[in-house]
Design a protein around this ligand. Sequence first.
Ligand SMILES: Nc1nc2c(ncn2[C@@H]2O[C@H](COP(=O)(O)OP(=O)(O)OP(=O)(O)O)[C@@H](O)[C@H]2O)c(=O)[nH]1
Ligand SMILES: [Mg+2]
Length: 317
Amino acid sequence: MAHPGDRAADHSTGQSAEQNSDESRSGKHRSGYVAIIGRPNAGKSTLMNRLLGSKISITTPKPQTTRHQIIGIHSDEDSQIIFLDTPGVLTPKYELQSAMMRFVERAKNDADIILLIVDATDSRKPAQVVSLLESVTVPVFLLINKMDQADRGRAEAIARDIQQKLNIHQTCYISALTGEGLPELLLAIKELLPPGPPYYPKEQLSEQPMRFFAAELIREQIFLLFHEEIPYSCTVEVTLYEEREEMDYISADVIVNRKSQKGMLIGKGGRAIKELGTRSREVIEEFAGRKIFLDLHVKVREKWREKENWVRNLGYR
Ligand SMILES: Nc1nc2c(ncn2[C@@H]2O[C@H](COP(=O)(O)OP(=O)(O)OP(=O)(O)O)[C@@H](O)[C@H]2O)c(=O)[nH]1
Ligand SMILES: [Mg+2]
């Protein structure tokens, strides 16, 4: 298991142990990595956002929304929890999905605590997630999610089934959407964290740069606006992010997997790309808290999802 310090040392702001508070010096401060792992669409990103009280990770009703490991930092006086949101566990069919599963594996190996999250309204058993977690030695919380919609009896049956297969530290019935059960979950996590200093400045919420969030927010809008294979065939590359006095200037490419998809993204008379641009600009403005000029282009990279060098170069590494 990697020590949290290993990663904090790479962190772009370079601030870590020297920022220790009185609590950490006196040995009372706690900190650690908490990986959120589950099937696609279980509610992992919704959970992290709700726990942080901020939208750090994109969420949509479609599975396979998250493709990276996204860090979300929860700090208070005497603790710092570094949540790792991850892509949903699946059997990879192409290189992009293999890269996604490497993020899950990395988060699992780095974690001090694992949150296994299950959608209680989903009738499919999370067999693959269970087998992924069979060998872990850190405490695993079982989170039975979507309790605002699920039947209690069925939710308890799901929990019993998983408890028979895995060593579960604690089971919590939650709703990531409404926040039900989350204050209790946070307390239980804090109690289990190892003693340690804050690794990030206490006011910091994440570590990716603005251009990453801009690309993610555009990808979120693609998931919401387009259907069938399009969301799964696209990625977004921010080629320029310039902070200007009156507004930030962003130039971004939407990259498609096949030539025939370019037309679908652009739409009749450019209507689809215009709509995508407007919606993306609005959500990026909300996230950044400032005015944005967004210049969007569509580019074809034939079969990029299947090619390791493209997948890596487009940021999935
Ligand atoms: N009713 C209900 N819906 C939820 C809850 N949590 C998440 N959702 C919904 O479930 C869908 C998927 O949520 P995400 O947070 O994107 O799920 P995820 O596990 O991150 O999905 P991937 O990134 O695709 O693996 C969204 O439409 C959420 O609004 C919940 O507690 N109750
Ligand atoms: Mg997600």
